[in-house]
Structures are given as structure tokens and as C-alpha cells.
Design a binder for this molecule. Structure first.
Ligand SMILES: *Cc1c(COP(=O)(O)O)cnc(C)c1O
Length: 225
């Protein structure tokens, strides 16, 4: 198994070249290490290698890693969140990547002791198995979030289909970028919506070329799982 440091060097080179290719700055791209399948030890190895942003998709894993690592990291909750579990985790989250329904917004409003930075999850590819708001409903959904002052919409998030087809991936990512531009153009105080959370191990280079500001990389960085 590679060290995280070895994986990180390669991924950083990829990020730089994808950024250069698309005329973007490397500093504008945040690499999240998704640690959901690895141990606390491996997660610490990532932090020691220089990773600051950590992502987990389950509450138990999130709380366990946070208890072990603490404030050194920025904590991203990237999985779907059941409304009844919001109270267990929301005030420990720096960024929530999967806001996808008003019932969840309502529960966050009830439980949050601070403003929560949220990405609205959009199901760009319209796969039945994926959660997220449909692209057609995204703007209206975000407008409705103005009623929940605990929520700040910092950006949009999507999961691309599991495919190597570059054209499909590009159209999903550029679709999310266009939607982000449309939302940001509304200049809503509760929704600056400047960020794009998209791209995983298989497709982060393409996602960066299409404008990703946050790539969520698990297996290629801390794996193999
Ligand atoms: C697991 C997961 C990732 C990382 O997946 P890899 O393919 O291992 O990089 C990214 N985003 C979300 C939402 C995930 O659940």
C-alpha cells in the first residue's frame, strides 16, 4: 500500500495540471480526504501529510475521527443526513455537502447553534439511486432556504455517474457549474453559492477542468480500501 504522502504528491500534481489546463489557480481548489473506509491511524497519516479537509459520510465515523483529531482539521459531512440524526452532528460540522430537502433544512434550523455552511446536493445525472434536488428545482429550492437563517448556501454538490465516459462526466460537471452560476447571479444574501463540490477518485481531474472548487477524494488518496 502506498503512503498517503506518495498518493498526495501525485494527486497534487494532477490538481496543478488540471488547474493550469483550465486557466485556474491551484489555491482555489480544496482537496478533501474522504476517510470513510479507513482507520483513525490512516486518517492521522493524511493529516500529517498536510491534508486539512476531511470528509466522512456517516455520523459514527465522523464523530470518532473528530474525537481523535479535533480542530486541526476542517470537517466536512458528505453523506445524506437523516433528519432525526441532525442533532447528533450538526454543530460539529464545518461544511455540510448534502442538503437536499426542506425537512432537513427545518431540522438544521431547529438544532443549529451557529450558521451552517451548506452545499445543496443536485442530482444532475437524474439517476434514481442518487439523492439530490433536480436541476430544474434547484433555484426555487435555494430561494426557499432564505426562510432558514441558520443555513448559508455556499455552493452546489453533485455525484457523477460511475462511468469512465469523459463526455458524460463533463456534461454532468459543467451542468452543475452552469446551475451554480445561475444561482450566484441572483445575489441572494443567504446563498452566495460560489463553490462547487464535485469530483472523486475517478474523475477529479475532469471535475477541476470543469470548475470544481472542492474535490472529494477517498480511495486514490487514502486507499486502497
Ligand atoms: C465515498 C465518497 C467519495 C470518495 O469516493 P472515492 O471514489 O473513494 O474517491 C466522495 N464523495 C462522496 C459523497 C462519497 O460518499
Amino acid at each position: 500500500m502506498n503512503t498517503v504522502q506518495q498518493n498526495l504528491e501525485r494527486i497534487r500534481e494532477d490538481i496543478s495540471s488540471a488547474a493550469a489546463k483550465s486557466g485556474r489557480k491551484t489555491e482555489d481548489i480544496t482537496l478533501l480526504a474522504v476517510t470513510k473506509y479507513v482507520t483513525i491511524e490512516r486518517t492521522k497519516e493524511a493529516v500529517d501529510a498536510g491534508i486539512v479537509d476531511l470528509g466522512e459520510n456517516r455520523i459514527e465515523g465522523f464523530l470518532e475521527k473528530q474525537a481523535a483529531i479535533g480542530d486541526e482539521a476542517i470537517w466536512h459531512f458528505i453523506g445524506s443526513l437523516q433528519s432525526r440524526k441532525v442533532k447528533d452532528v450538526i454543530n460539529q460540522v464545518d461544511y455540510l455537502h448534502a442538503l437536499d430537502r426542506l425537512s432537513l433544512a427545518k431540522e438544521i434550523q431547529k438544532r443549529a447553534a451557529k450558521k451552517i455552511k451548506c452545499f445543496v446536493q443536485v442530482n444532475v445525472s437524474a439517476e434514481a439511486t442518487k439523492s439530490g434536488v433536480s436541476p430544474a428545482e434547484t433555484l426555487a429550492f435555494i430561494q426557499e432556504l432564505a426562510a432558514y437563517p441558520a443555513i448559508e448556501v455556499v455552493g452546489l454538490m453533485t455525484m457523477a455517474p460511475n462511468t469512465q465516459d469523459e463526455d458524460v462526466l463533463r456534461s454532468v460537471f459543467s451542468g452543475l457549474r452552469q446551475l451554480r452560476d445561475e444561482v450566484a447571479a441572483q445575489n441572494m444574501a443567504h446563498a452566495p453559492c460560489a463553490l462547487l463540490s464535485m469530483g472523486m477518485s475517478n474523475d477529479y481531474k475532469i471535475a477541476i477542468e470543469e470548475g470544481a472548487t472542492h474535490v472529494r477524494v477517498g480511495s486514490a488518496l487514502v486507499g486502497p480500501y
